[in-house]
Design a protein around this ligand. Sequence first.
Ligand code: HPA
Ligand code: ZN
Length: 330
Amino acid sequence: DAMRSFIEGLPKTELHLHIEGTLEPELLFALAQRNKIALPYDSVESLRAAYAFTDLQSFLDLYYAGANVLRTEQDFYDMTAAYIAQARADQVRHAEIFFDPQTHTERGIAIEVVFAGIACALRQARDDHGFTSVMIMSFLRHLSEEDAFVTLEQALPLRKDYADLWTGIGLDSSERGNPPEKFQRVFARCRELGFRVVAHAGEEGPAAYVSDALDLLQVERVDHGVCSEEDPALIERLIALRMPLTVCPLSNLKLCVVDDMAQHNLARLLRAGVAVTVNSDDPAYFGGYMNANYLAVASALALSREEIVQLARNGIAASFISVTGKKKLE
Ligand code: HPA
Ligand code: ZN
């Protein structure tokens, strides 16, 4: 219909995307075969059928298990190239991509392999198609702050080689019980080093984790943030700051953060003046890339074309690209 073609044609930016969450079952099986890794599923279909989640942790368990097939630079390259093809088909022009080195270094994969494979695909997309991107290295919050510091030390020697891409630091994985304060020191260090910082907060965790991400981590964007509504004063603060929330509608539905898309607070937050954006999070696991996320909210929440355009504009404004880069995307 008309709304579908409008959304499909709209240029977009993606600000909340875990590259490991773009690993489709077909590629996961192909990489398992290439690397001679046995899988506990006998087919792509049976793997996909296992993607029935009840909460964040039930997803994370499969997501980390799936990442085990990633061994070589070529594997990381293939995964990233496949994501870019999907994103370009959805008219995504710019993407800011989370990657979790600890998921890989814990398994004995060198951090250099992770950076090199992802960056090679991103640079190719930039040179061949003008598709721009930012790499956001994320710390796993279920691990210790000490572990995050070790990862930072491992990554810093690579900074000069990836200065064109790696400018961000993020925080993801199991939220409840792993509050922002646990990572206050390492985030302070990252800011001192000149990184742009973001953190997942208020996905499953309380609104207090969102205020703490602002106060203690001094984030420039909040990833998810949908639980902020529990605290009306926080909502006023988000509006006053024009603090971007990178909302992921299909993720929220699949992880039972909302029971029904019609109940999602994205439209209410948007209409209240919060700088909400639409993103796909882990599209291989949650059933859709950018256009599917836009379409799901447009239809369930009866968004107008102006509101769809506002969401896309919010994404440009919230991105980590230069002012001239933003003008080009407008
Ligand atoms: N939340 C927390 N950690 C994650 C997510 C998410 O949505 N996706 C991948 N790691
Ligand atoms: Zn996420």
